[in-house]
Design a protein around this ligand. Structure first.
Ligand code: CTP
Ligand code: CA
Length: 224
């Protein structure tokens, strides 16, 4: 009789989260990477697991650790590897949250041996990586697809274009123009935009609280 069915439950929902940077090899000892710590994606995975969801967390190189032992963490290095894992699990999941900072480009050729220094300048030719989220958008059936956008100008317009291009249900816009938001800061200020282009500006808050807001926003989709 004391049973309380949590309204907050995501029990029975399977969620795929991507997090962290990707590393793109140049030669056996060097790579192209970025400064992503993976914190946002890890916080989202934890918030999802706290609400009972089954979480698959696909991460590029990061030192972050999971608190919830139920989270299945699959570690990758490159964008291509992250792409392969995401497509392997996509059919079976209900929600995808793409929080990874995927390298847009990778070296066209990976040298088999360590590159020796010679000339005074050195050029590496890069080619585009696959857009993981857009490719999932093309395959979308039941899945609720959430992406991120980091913009420095015309933020809303650029974010809306990403919703369309990647067939998203929700985008989380990170604005670098906001005081207290962005890389290396403990806080973040985001704006949610849904697929109908409704705009929901959020308060400046801790990254954990932003993760909680994102999960609650996704949850609304299953409550209507
Ligand atoms: N993303 C992805 N695969 C890529 C690049 C991006 O899955 N190769 C995802 C990111 O995880 C994020 C969203 O797409 O959820 C938007 O990433 P962002 O870098 O803002 O956009 P891009 O499409 O790469 O465009 P640009 O960097 O030119 O703004
Ligand atoms: Ca990009």
């Amino acid at each position: 009789e004391n049973h309380i069915v949590a309204e907050t439950s995501l029990k029975g929902k399977k969620v795929l989260v991507t997090a962290g940077p990707t590393y793109e090899s140049i030669d056996p000892v060097r790579f192209i990477g970025n400064h992503s710590t993976g914190k946002m994606g890890f916080d989202i995975a934890e918030a999802m697991a706290d609400k009972g969801a089954e979480v698959i967390l696909v991460t590029g190189p990061t030192h972050m650790k999971n608190r919830n032992t139920t989270i299945k963490n699959i570690k990758v290095e490159s964008a291509q590897q992250m792409y392969d894992v995401c497509h392997q699990y996509f059919d079976s999941v209900d929600v995808v949250v793409a929080a990874a900072a995927v390298a847009d480009y990778k070296p066209k050729v990976v040298a088999a041996q360590k590159i020796k220094k010679n000339e005074s300048t050195f050029t590496i030719e890069l080619e585009k990586n696959p857009d993981i989220l857009a490719s999932l958008g093309e395959r979308k059936k039941q899945q609720y697809l959430v992406g991120f956008a980091l913009e420095t100008e015309n933020e809303i317009e650029h974010a809306k274009a990403k919703i369309k291009k990647k067939n998203l249900d929700l985008i989380v816009l990170n604005s670098l123009n906001d005081e207290g938001a962005g890389f290396g800061k403990p806080t973040n200020k985001v704006t949610f935009i849904d697929k109908d282009f409704n705009i929901f500006p959020q308060e400046l808050k801790s990254k954990e609280a932003v993760a909680e807001d994102i999960v609650n926003k996704i949850k609304e989709h299953y409550e209507i």
